[in-house]
Design a protein around this ligand. Sequence first.
Ligand SMILES: *Cc1c(COP(=O)(O)O)cnc(C)c1O
Length: 415
Amino acid sequence: MNDMTIFPTLEIPETLAAGPGPGNTDPRVLARFAQTGLADHMQADVLRGMIECKKMLRAVWGTQNTYTYGVGGTGFSGLDCMLGAILPGDRVVAFVNGTFSGLDGLTIRMKAATRDELRANPLDPQPASVTIISVPHGQSVTGEIVDKALAEAKPKWAFMAHWETGSGRVNDLRGFSDACERHGAMGLVDAVSSLGIADFAIDDYPGVVGWASCPQKGVLCLPLTYAPVSFTDRYIAEVRANGCHSYVHNPILEARHWGILDGQDVAAGSYHRTHSGYAVAAFHEALRLTLQHGRAQRARDYAFHEKALRDAVTTMGCAVSSDMTSLVVLNLPHRLAGREKELVQNCRARGFGIWPTLSEPVQVRIGILNQLSQAAISDIVDRFATAMIELGAEVDMAKVQAVLARHYGVAAAAE
Ligand SMILES: *Cc1c(COP(=O)(O)O)cnc(C)c1O
């Protein structure tokens, strides 16, 4: 006898994922996932799909970098691959202005720590070679901050998140890249939240040698697929010269399965690990959708709809402190202050998936990934207003509706 229980089939409801990510996956992407045939990871169409993904990803990201491909897994898988070039004792300056850059800073400290430094504090090492520059929650990392820190520390590597999803802040990519060039540092960027939303091209930022993103935010391909990465030749030369402590997330070896060998595109990939034809087909469709929408148009659409949501919640008495276009981070009106988590819980219990901040201070985060329509934004606004009213807020719904009507009416008139 054993007490093994077979549980009933797992049913997971459809919710409105209106947080920082994951975003709602397009039915076209889900269809490719579900309708793809069983084929092994060396079957010709799977390999062709990976080559096509690589090429589309270069277009989405505006780069000629040969080493542009997907790392199987989540955003942190791609970041682990990118940050793997940092070796014990390397001098690094990392800029932290929220939850995610904070976790990236932890990864960097783990990788740069010497054996003694790691043993001294295994889960939170404090290596002497790493400088963490903390920028207060709610503020952006500016070019001046980066320039000053790099001038002082003269590090080998510099790290910044492009869009810090924890606080909803856009950091100064131009200032970061320029400062890296000026001070001879190799820039590494967490572009998890900006790829597929912001209109930017990697090749316009020559100070940055490594980029890492994720499947489930701007690229909208949650069925656990690929974390996009892109590396310049300089970055790859560094890994080639010094190595890295990983087989699976090795930036050079992982690229082989995507048909990148010795710095060149080759006709078909060679085995690195067992890729899934289902994931390849879904990722392929998500990239097709992104390119069909167009990088610039997509960025304009996010900015337009974020403004509608921002104006609506401001009219409800909330104060917005973010400047990302896929996410609104806000403080509730004074009389609801301290009840952020309760409000978020109430919403989540009804399948309206908004989020609190994951590090202090507590704020509310509402995202609009793949919710780019007047109907979708109005639905989010209605649900949020209902939850606020339930907690005792005074919300003038007529005024909120008027703000939305004006925003979208103006747009209709302009067409
Ligand atoms: C979401 C996010 C991550 C983590 O991505 P996962 O897919 O959860 O691993 C890292 N950095 C930033 C900026 C993010 O927004």
